[in-house]
Design a protein around this ligand. Sequence first.
Ligand code: NAD
Length: 525
Amino acid sequence: MKQTINEIPLNKELHDVLRQLGIKDVNPAYSTGLAWGGQGSGTTREIYSPADGNLIASVSMASREDYDHVVQTAQEAFKVWRKVPAPKRGEVVRQIGLKLREHKEALGKLVSYEMGKILQEGLGEVQEMIDICDFAVGLSRQLHGYTMHSERPQHRMYEQYHPLGIVGIISAFNFPVAVWSWNAMLAGVCGDVMIWKPSEKTPLAAVACQHIIREVLAENEVPEGVFNVIIGDAEIGSLMSHDNRVALVSATGSTRMGKKVGEAVGARLGKSLLELGGNNAIIITESADIDMAIPAVVFGAVGTCGQRCTSTRRLIIHENIYDQVKDRLARIYANLPIGHPLNSTTLVGPLIDKAAVDAFRDALDKVQQEGGQLIVGGEVLEGRGYETGTYVTPAIVEADNNYATVQEETFAPILYLIKYSGDIENAIDIQNGVRQGLSSAIFSTNLLETEAFLSHRGSDCGIANVNIGTSGAEIGGAFGGEKETGGGRESGSDAWRVYMRRQTNTINYSREMPLAQGIRFDIMD
Ligand code: NAD
C-alpha cells in the first residue's frame, strides 16, 4: 500500500521540505532513474526521527526480485552510457550539481532531521555533494593514462582507462548522502552505472536525492538504469557483494560489515573499496598552541554527536600540559548546547537510536571497570525536549590506550584522555597502537615534532593533519584509511582510478615484427 507524505504525522515545515524535494510517496522499494517501483519483500521499515521521535516514513524493503530487476536494468544502461563521451557525462553531473544547489536548504534539513546531525552539518554535507560534482566535471575531461617509450623501434605504448560496469554503493547512516555522491559522481563520469543501497536507517534522504536528480536525468535522456537506488538492509548489501555482475562494491560502514563484504567480493575476485571504522587521535605536544587545539578537539569529539568516521576518540597529551587541557575541556563539556538538531543554537544533536545510546552507556561502564576515570558527561538526558531517550551528554574519560574499550570504535561521543611523557616518538607509538588507521592529527609549533609525525615513522593513518583536527576532510584529497579502516580511497586526487579498468596498449607502426626482450622467433610458411 502506498503511503503519501500527507499521511505522515509531521509538522508542516517538514511536509514542505518533502514536497520541495518532490517526494509524494515514501514507499518505493527502488528507483532506476525516472521509474519508481518494486514488489517489495513484504517487509516495511518505519523511520523515526532521532530528534523528536516522529514517524517520518514507512519504506518498503526491496525483494530479491526487485534487486535482480535493478541489476538487469543497470546492465542494459551500461551498454549505452559507456558510449557517451566522458565530458558529456560530466555535463550531466554539472547539472546535478546545479540542482543540488537549488535544493541545498531542503535536503540539508531532511538529512539533519532524519539522521540527527545539526542543520549546519546537514547543509555542509550537501555542500560536499556540490563540491564533488564540480570536481567530477573537471575530471571528465582528464581521465588520463601514461604513455611510455617502447624498446622496439616504431612502436608506441600507452595506458588507457575504461569503465568497469556496475558499481554497488553501500552507505552508512552517518553520512546519508555525501558518501553516495563521492562515489556516484566520479563513477558516473567514468562511464559506470551505479546501484546505491543507502543505510536502512536513513533511506528517505536517498529517496530525496533520486527525486532531485530525476529532472536532470530526464532532460538529458540519461538511460533508465544509470543512477539506481535500492532500499534494503544488510541482505541487499550481501546480494551485491556476492554478485558477479557487480564489478566494484564500494562499502562504507563498520569494520565488521567491511570484513564480510571484503570476504564475499574477494572470494569472487571482484573489486572492493572499503571505507570502515576509525579510532582517531589528536596528539597535543608541549609546544602546541592550546587555544587553537581546544576548539578543534571539541568539534572533532562532539560534532555529529561523535558519529563521524573521523570523530576524535583519543587525545594524547604531553604530561606537562595534561591538567590544563583536561580542565579546559571539562569546563566546555559542562556547557555544551545539546538539543534538537534543527534549532540554530544547538551544537550537539541526538544519537541515531536507542541501540547507539546503549552502546555509549556500555562502553562507559566497561572502561570504568578497566580503570578509566569519568571526568564529565555520560548521562542520558530526560525531560522536555529529550523524550526520545537519544540525547546524551558527551563524555571525557581518563584512560589507558591498552584498555580493550579504548581499542574499539564506539560510535558515540566519548573522548579518552591519554597522558604521554618524553618525546614525540612515545606519542606516535600510542597514536598508532590501535587496529584502525583512518584519521590523525598533531598540534605542535615545533617543526621537528610535526615532521616526525608526518614521516615514514610517523602516523600510520590515511589522513594525518597538522594543527587542524581529525574530522572535516576536503573533497580535493583522497579520503580513506589503512589497517582495519579497509585501505580504500575515494573522493579527490586520483581516487577515480578505482572506478575504471586499466589497459596497456602497444601499437606497431612499422612493417617489421620485432619481439620484446630481443627474442627471435623466425618462422614463415
Ligand atoms: P554498518 O556497518 O552497520 O552499516 C553500513 C552499511 O552496510 C548499511 O547500509 C548496512 O545495511 C550495510 N551492511 C551491514 N551489514 C552488511 C553485510 N553483511 N553485507 C553488506 N552490507 C551490509 O555501519 P553504520 O552503523 O551505518 O555506520 C557507522 C560505521 O560506519 C562506523 O563504523 C563508521 O566509522 C563507519 N563509517 C566509515 C566511513 C569512512 O569513510 N571510513 C564513513 C562513514 C562511516
